[in-house]
Design a protein around this ligand. Structure first.
Ligand code: PLP
Length: 429
């Protein structure tokens, strides 16, 4: 094949996969194995020394999982990546090589509920901390950064409030202060948004959502742009100084642009063990083949359904960035040119009680703590995913008690609307 770059629709099917060299199997086989036989003792030693790349043990690498990591890496335009057991695992895996006790991450205050809790409470047990600020206020972001900051973290399309981060502005700021920018691209997927083009150093995913697209398995991925100079500031000793956990190897010196990826496998997966299993990778590989087709339909349906809701007298507000009424409408064309995703909140007249009744009255929609399924989903964030937050935090995250979050599926738009219509009648009676 020639060197001309392939399009997204081609890469989502072919990147990272070749016919199986042993059997000719066209689909990526599920390599259901724990370990791999070494050719001889020298081969084993070379693998452990990172002198040769190959499979040792499936906590570290597995060919099915590697095919998926390579495919997502291509779709994101990165140079290397690792898959892991969930989106939350991916966030820890992204931070792990960068952080030490006493260091902090500056993050957007508009985040997935679980990420909010992970960053504000759980990571403190590692001696890390997070400062959450409004990422539209660049002065506040700058003011939150101190000598111990090791990363800037945000979501491209933030879950759940229909917020789009101005990645160009944040990417420029990260560059100026010399810190890596980590972007959670779960809600957008690489089909709608390419954070690396806007200055992201690392892109994290919950592959559980749109990338798999069928609600079967949890998974995560961290993709490295390969563009960050880990050695420049002296702030990242695990990557760019002798690492005692890997017989004193300086990953950056030895591996250059692939330092982060190799560190994530050789230290991160080896010692934290947040490994994706090959069966899970298989389901995600199946899903990812149709990612662009699904995302086009998700976006088309979200446009139709959000517009219908916005014009309905039983609704107070719809926060879909694809609507002209959204304060973030201007950012769609610039940050996520293929559409604003399919996730938004709806404020229902009648508040908390009406929301609970709406959730219970829907028939086509599933009431689940998930998003990015082929099916339409709904959840009342305030009483579930964002329950652990204070009222102010919920408000900032776009999850006030009078709103429900919709994840619009790829069914017929008319059927989605009919279901919402009958349920709203009951909820607001
Ligand atoms: C679901 C989700 C996560 C967490 O992913 P899991 O696979 O559930 O661990 C993180 N970020 C966003 C934006 C998500 O939607």
């Amino acid at each position: 094949m020639s060197d001309r770059p392939q399009g997204f629709d081609t890469l989502q099917i072919h990147a990272g996969a070749k016919p199986d060299p042993a059997t000719g199997a066209r689909q990526v086989p599920i390599y259901q194995t724990t370990a791999y036989v070494f050719r001889d003792a020298d081969h084993a030693a070379a693998l452990f020394n990172l002198a040769e790349v190959g499979n040792i043990y499936s906590r570290l690498t597995n060919p099915t999982v590697s095919a998926l990591a390579e495919r997502i890496t291509h779709l994101e335009g990165g140079i290397g990546g690792v898959c892991c057991s969930s989106g939350h695992a991916a966030q820890i895996m992204a931070l792990f090589p960068l952080m030490m006790p006493g260091t902090n991450v500056v993050a957007s205050n508009k985040l997935y509920g679980g990420t909010y809790t992970q960053l504000t409470h759980t990571i403190k047990r590692f001696g890390w901390s997070a400062t959450l600020v409004d990422f539209d206020d660049l002065d506040a972001v700058r003011a939150a950064i101190d000598d111990n900051t090791r990363a800037i973290f945000c979501e491209s399309i933030a879950n759940p409030g229909g917020y789009i981060t101005d990645l160009d502005a944040i990417g420029k700021l990260a560059d100026e202060v010399g810190l890596p920018l980590i972007v959670d691209n779960t809600s957008a997927t690489p089909y709608l948004c390419n954070p690396i083009k806007h200055g992201a150093t690392l892109v994290v995913h919950s592959t559980t959502k749109y990338l798999t697209g069928n609600g079967t398995v949890t998974g995560g991925a961290v993709i490295d742009s390969g563009k960050f100079d880990w050695g420049k500031s002296g702030k990242f000793p695990s990557l760019a100084a002798p690492e005692p956990a890997y017989h004193g190897l300086n990953f950056y010196e030895a591996l250059g642009g692939m330092a982060f990826t190799f560190h994530s496998i050789a230290v991160g997966l080896r010692d934290l063990g947040m490994t994706m299993n090959p069966q899970g990778a298989h389901y995600t590989l199946m899903g990812i083949e149709t990612l662009s087709l699904r995302m086009r339909k998700h976006v088309e349906n979200a446009q139709i359904v959000s517009k219908w809701l916005e014009n309905d007298p039983r609704i107070d507000k719809v926060t879909y960035a694809g609507l002209e009424s959204s304060p973030y409408f201007e950012r769609v064309a610039r940050i996520c040119p293929n559409g604003a995703g399919a996730l938004f909140t709806v404020a229902v007249k009648g508040g908390y009680d009406a929301c609970m009744k709406l959730v219970d009255s829907l028939e086509l929609f599933s009431h689940v703590a998930n998003l990015g399924d082929a099916r339409s989903l709904i959840i009342h964030s305030a009483s579930t995913t964002h329950r652990q937050l204070s009222d102010e935090q919920r408000e900032a995250a776009g999850a006030s008690s009078n709103v429900v979050r919709l994840s619009i599926g790829i069914e017929d738009a008319a059927d989605i609307i009919a279901d919402l219509d009958q349920a709203l009648t009951k909820a607001t009676a």
